[in-house]
Design a protein around this ligand. Sequence first.
Ligand code: HEM
Length: 492
Amino acid sequence: MDLTWFVSLLLAFIISSFIYSTWNSIYRGRNLPPGPTPLPIIGNVLHIKRGEMVKSLMELRDKYGSIYTVYFGHYPIVVLCGYDAVKEALIDRAEDFGARGRLPTLDQFIKGYGVVFGNGSRWKDLRRFSITVLRNFGMGKKTIEERIQEEVFYLKAEIRLQKEQYIDPTRFLVQAVSNVICSIVFGNRFEYSNDSFQKLLTMFSVVFEDMSSSYGQLLDMLPTLMSYVPGPHKRINKSMKRLTDFISEQIKINEESFDPNSPRNFIDCFLTKHKQEKDNPNFDRNNMVFTILNMFFAGTETVSSTLRHAFMILMKYPEVQAKLHQEIDRVIGDSRVPNIEDRSNMPYTDAVIHEIQRFSDILPLNAPHATTRDVTFKGYTIPKGTDVYPLLCSVLRDPTKLASPTKFDPNNFLDDKGCFKKNEAYMPFSAGKRVCLGEGLARMELFIFLTTILQHFKFVPEKTFTEEDIRPVMAGFANLPKFYRMSFVPRV
Ligand code: HEM
């Protein structure tokens, strides 16, 4: 090696060591929780294995403990792991950790409109309004429970039409669950044979898949850089545009027959609110469209994927399925429709549904939070507006709260006498000020859908499932179950 080469190499080494140590000291200088040293521009992206955001964050927890910092580009993210840290932030310090953090995969289109991504007074107004409407105030004659029972009636009929053939249940489940939201929001449902509605629904699944893909994960970490890179993440905005166009169209149709004296659905209630609070921009058109989009987005894929996980788990453990059949036969019988009051008489079913939700861990990363002010937490200083990830996967599998954290076991929610037993690790809907506002609706749907389908059918798999098959994939934003086919064999 000639001397010039040697000197250049030495210089390059000295300069990069200098940049690295200055960088390091800048980051260490902040009193944020510890974490791996970030690199200039890309932060800790190299610490996140491609397409394995959840696993990588859990591995960093093993090294840095229950609270640590990672950098996505130059943005610090404070990661909270385990029941104690998540509970302390989201429940005990709810106000401090109650803002919504960045989610670049969706932010670029949603721009802070609507309840899920709203902050400040916009979020407060839209959340209060949505909760009131979902509690059935002023929404026409049908209760939400009746809307669910009506939909499961159609779902049952559709399943019967398949005549015990092996099918992928995804399409029916997504349609049925989104029809419940349609019934609440638009006041009507769509036929399962309606092709254009079907195509629209696949948009939701596509967005969830694209967000959870390795490209989606990179986009969340390095939004500016990824905006120049081709890949499936580029589809997200297009899919979102089609979804908002559909919602705007439905709002227009609804408006034509709007009568403020007899509100029929969520849109009518929003239109009334808009008229009552003319000068309040929180109830403008954009917030209406995006709050409705939020309900579909948050309420369709989550519930339908949980049901798909549920079917798979019940086929893997036929003895659990048999015990559910027994309890349904004993408490409900075969001649009436299950209702939500049955739940308190069905501890085994209740425990199994809790365990399905815990085990399938639909949103392992939670939705991102942010601090509302400068916060001192566990001796660290987290500046206002810092993104915080309270990892639900780490709560749902917290070994300090569960006897069998990694195995599917309904006993996690049963006492020695077979009565239902609460467990603090059950946090699939998150907790605190931002807790899922559709929790009541989702739990009612899961109970009525599952008990009604099990009342009428036995689930038979096309192929036997292994423990590995039923384990959540833990890739990115959403835990979608693996593809499978099954047969619904009539019982009554
Ligand atoms: C099994 C089903 C569901 C699960 C596991 C689930 C889970 C979650 C989680 C983890 C969050 C984030 C909470 C946080 O930021 O701390 C959330 C928020 C939300 N969910 Fe759900 N959800 C489900 C069903 C639904 C349904 C059916 C709706 C329909 C109305 C819904 C509407 C929302 C909304 C609007 C938010 C945002 C709340 C806010 O920012 O204030 N979710 N959900």
